[in-house]
Write a protein that binds this ligand. Structure first.
Ligand SMILES: Cc1ncc(COP(=O)(O)O)c(C=O)c1O
Length: 356
């Protein structure tokens, strides 16, 4: 039986050693020992998981006491709303748009407070990064999307701006060394690089907290989550456990330096295969190309369905492009090794030979 390489954009593949750990945790013993998902979130067994997860995120993100680590639910979508609700009321929320998810964050913010797009590469079909324009004098922050999962566009480093930076890091969180300490706030769902759906990590700088209005519903107020240790209500304990295990796996593999280099090498190999062929192409400007999500098309789009079906039959599911842009997309998150990219490149060559 060949190994299946899962290229799903999210929920996405888990590292195999984490799958083994989960199988062990949920194994059926004669005594029916409760698994971690069956015990109180306030008990000592879960306290160890929570502490391990928080400390691991702090260490890998390189943040100190000036930032809080919040472990929330609601996905990036809740952050699209919580952010302006907490920090931009009565001010302008500024947005840099480099793809689909930035548009979504902006649209939600515009329902809540004055919001303005100060940079956008929409006119170039989101095939490049936008140039930062003039910031409004009352800008509460500048929001950008670190990695645009659908368009395959990634900021190598945070943009330079003289206002607090806020980043949607959903599809690249903890995939490489990154200056999180320079950000006022970063948020990311765990279901791509950090485990399973149900957990959203938010890193927030403490000096922003005195901007929060006092009349917010408690659930939507970041301070509620700081004061309760992210346990105002029952947390997604299973997702916390998986994330803690993924972090242990990252650390045991040599940390983010090593992981980032591996992710870089994986992406380089796939881009090289795409660029070397007239059959496949990726439209994104080289300096803006994502390391995580690589969209590509074939010269003959009518072949896309066949490619997806045959790739899946060959043990490579998840390659269908997002419905908003079509084509193909390979998501190369942390859990995938170089063997996955090698298998895909071999399949692409073979497909081109047959259909090119
Ligand atoms: C960059 C980015 N932002 C936001 C989202 C939406 O995340 P959620 O489903 O956790 O709200 C996604 C999901 O794929 C994403 O990739």
């Amino acid at each position: 039986m060949n190994t299946i390489h899962n290229f799903s954009a999210g929920p996405a593949a888990l590292p195999w050693p984490v799958r083994e750990r989960l199988a062990d945790e949920f194994s059926l013993d004669e005594a029916h020992t409760p698994s971690i998902a069956e015990v109180s979130h306030r008990g000592p067994r879960f306290a160890e998981v929570a502490e391990r997860l928080r400390a691991g995120i702090r260490k890998l993100a390189g943040i100190g006491d000036e930032h809080e680590v919040l472990l929330l639910q609601g996905g990036a979508h809740l952050q699209f709303a919580m952010l302006p609700t907490n920090f931009a009321r009565g001010r302008t929320a500024a947005f840099m748009l480099s793809g689909h998810w930035g548009e979504k964050a902006f649209a939600e913010s515009a329902r809540i407070t004055e919001s303005r797009v100060v940079a956008s590469s929409a006119d170039e079909g989101y095939q490049d990064l936008p140039e930062l324009g003039h910031l409004p004098a009352d800008a509460a922050y500048l929001h950008y999307t670190g990695n645009e999962t659908i368009h395959g566009v990634q900021f190598e480093q945070p943009p330079a701006a003289a206002v607090p930076l806020v980043a949607d890091m959903s599809s690249e969180f903890l995939s490489r060394p990154y200056p999180y300490a320079d950000l006022a706030l970063a948020y990311a769902g765990a279901q791509k690089n950090l485990g399973v759906a149900g957990l959203t990590v938010v890193l927030v700088r403490r000096d922003l907290l005195d901007r929060i209005p006092d009349d917010l519903p408690q659930y939507l107020d970041y301070r509620t989550w700081i004061e309760s240790g992210s346990m105002k209500n029952t947390p997604s304990t299973f997702a916390w456990f998986v994330a803690a295990e993924v972090i242990d796996w990252i650390e045991s593999g040599g940390g983010l330096e090593k992981l980032g280099a591996r992710n870089r090498a994986k992406a380089d190999k796939l881009y090289a295969a795409i660029d070397a062929s007239d059959f496949y192409s990726n439209p994104v400007a080289p300096e803006a190309r994502s390391m995580m999500n690589i969209p590509f098309v074939m010269a003959d789009d009518a072949l896309t369905k066949t490619f997806v079906e045959q790739a899946e039959a060959a043990g490579m599911p998840g390659l269908k492009g997002h419905r908003a842009v079509g084509g193909l997309r390979a998501s190369l998150y942390n859990a995938l090794g170089m063997d996955a990219v090698d298998a895909l490149v071999t399949f692409m060559h073979e497909f081109e030979r047959k259909h090119g």
